[in-house]
Each structure stands twice: as C-alpha cells, then as structure tokens.
Design a protein around this ligand. Structure first.
Ligand code: ADP
Ligand code: ZN
Length: 291
C-alpha cells in the first residue's frame, strides 16, 4: 500500500511516496515560496500516484485541534505568505484523500518511534537544533498537542554569566532558541556554526545550554529517551559534552536505571535525516486507519 508524505519547512517542502514499512520509494524537494506557487507543485506531485492517504509534518505554529474551525491551518507564522493558511483543507480538496497532520518535530519523533532509535517507547522527545529549536513530545504513547503544541525552544533558561552574546529571540530575553540555535551561535561568535568546529569555547557553552534544557525536559516530561537532530547537532563532539552538562544539572536528583546510561538516553537521530519524512508516512497511515 502506498502513502504520500510531505515535510513542510520554511525553506523547502520535501514530498515523498512510501509504503507501510516506512520505505521511501521516491522523494523530491520543492522550494517554499508562496502557497499560490508552491501548493500546485505539491499537488501535481501527488496526483495519479495511487496513494491511500497523505501525512503532513509541518512548520508552525499550526492548529491541531480537530474540533477547531481552523484545524489544519498554519496559524501565526512569521512566514507571512503562509499565515492563516488552510494547508490540510487545500490538500484534501485537491487530492480527495485523508490527510494526517502534525508538527514537523512530532513527525520526526513519530518516525523514530515507529522505525528508529525509539522504537516501542511510549515517552520520548525529539529536539531539532537548527535555524530554530523545536521539540516533539510523545507521552503515554500519544503525540502531545495540548492547547496548541509544545514549544520546547522557547522555555526560559537563564543566561549564563560567561555568555557575552545576546538572546536573539524577538519575544524572550533568555530562551533556549534565542541562546542556542544556529543563528544565535553565529551572532555570538561572528562566524557560521560550521566554521567554529575547532573552537572548544563555542561547544562548551552550547552544550551547557542544551544540557540545562534537557534536564528541564527530563524533570517535566519524564521521557524514556531524548533524540537530538538538526544542523547544529552535526557537531558530534557535542554529545558527550551535553550528557555531562545534563548530569551536572540533574545533580543526581533523578536516579532511575535509565539515567545510569546517558549514552543510550541522549542520542542522535537515527534515520539518516529521513526521520521527518518517515514520520509523515506514519501520519498518513494513522489517518488512513481512522477514516
Ligand atoms: P533548518 O533548521 O532550517 O531546517 P538545519 O537543521 O540544517 O535546517 O539547521 C540550520 C542551522 O544549523 C544553521 O544555523 C547552520 O548554521 C547550522 N548548521 C548546519 N550544519 C551545521 C554543522 N555541520 N555544524 C554546525 N552547525 C550547522
Ligand atoms: Zn523565545
């Protein structure tokens, strides 16, 4: 059985066809410009592909509340062309198949839980640290939406005294995204993150903020595993440093068997950067089942 998958991002739309085993049979990328330009290209791709349903893992904020009048909309995004845009309605209308919908990061988490390093777990977090910081959460076996959906990148961290940079979030003076995203590293150190690979100070500070945030997530959401993806996490030296910072912030307080092995607890994404698109396949499968 074939399913369509759309990973909708602010710069590009990845479209793919996959099967019920998460196998991606074909895939392509379409630039994200305006709905008028981009949506017809997406619809053209999926037409005549014999897919049973489509899954959309989407940048946000988005409306995930099925009872809401604006369910399936991209809501208050700074990407103005897409503000208050009914992406699910448009796709359902043009393709005439069920359309599953969730955040991009919940999509990635679902991919990892279904086919990746978090297989079988009921409580896990997927965090992307890239242009922005966002997180998907599964709790008691369900992707967490709540009132809106979690915004793990905007928790307040408290700026470290050694940090001479500034928080770049336009809303908050000391949030995780504003202090630790790729662009915040670039602003603080005056070079692109990838060009700073050899500068230990950069990664010590970065790991400290990430470890602090993960400790907060561990205390509040009690995940069985925390998965880290996104461009900044290509700096693999960060992993042991983050685990050490996490342990320092936890300070021995949570003392479960799981936390005895932090190498298994704080892990890189495991699906070769396909976790998002594979998660979108699973969103399509789930939607097909309930229809
Ligand atoms: P997006 O978040 O836009 O989907 P990415 O996850 O690739 O895309 O994140 C892009 C950010 O990650 C940029 O700020 C970039 O500087 C940073 N980045 C990309 N590759 C690396 C790398 N190898 N090392 C460190 N930072 C990187
Ligand atoms: Zn913020």
């Amino acid at each position: 059985m074939l399913f369509g998958a759309l990973e909708a991002g602010g710069t590009k739309m990845v479209v793919a066809i996959g099967d019920e085993n998460g196998k991606i049979l074909e895939q392509k990328s379409i630039p994200t410009t305006t709905p008028a330009e981009t949506m017809p290209l997406i619809e053209e791709y999926f037409k005549r592909k014999d897919i049973k349903a489509l899954g959309v893992a989407c940048f946000g904020p988005i409306d995930l509340c099925r009872e809401s009048e604006t369910y399936g909309y991209i809501t208050s995004t700074p990407k103005t062309a897409w503000k208050n845009y009914n992406i699910v309605g448009e796709l359902k209308d043009k393709l005439g198949i069920p359309v599953g919908f969730d955040t991009d990061v919940n999509g990635s988490l679902l991919g990892e839980i279904t086919w990746g390093c978090a297989k079988g777990l009921t409580d896990a977090i997927y965090l992307t640290i890239g242009t922005g910081i966002g997180g998907g959460v599964m709790t008691n076996g369900k992707l967490l939406h709540g009132m809106l959906h979690p915004e793990l990148g905007h928790i307040r961290l408290g700026k470290l005294p050694s940090d001479k940079g500034e928080c770049i979030c336009p809303y908050h003076e000391d949030c995780f995204e504003g202090l630790a995203s790729g662009p915040s590293i670039e602003k603080r150190w005056g070079k692109k993150a990838v060009e700073l690979a050899e500068n230990d100070n950069v990664w010590e500070l970065e790991a400290d903020y990430i470890g602090m945030a993960l400790s907060n997530f561990c205390m509040t959401l009690s995940p069985q595993k925390i998965i880290l993806g996104g461009g900044v996490m290509h700096q693999k030296q960060l992993f042991p440093m983050i685990r050490a910072a996490f342990a320092r912030y936890n300070a021995g307080y949570i003392n479960t068997e799981t936390l005895k092995n932090l190498e298994e607890y704080i892990v890189p994404a495991s699906l070769n950067d396909d976790q998002g698109i594979m998660g979108a396949i699973k969103l399509a499968m789930n939607e097909y089942e309930i229809n």
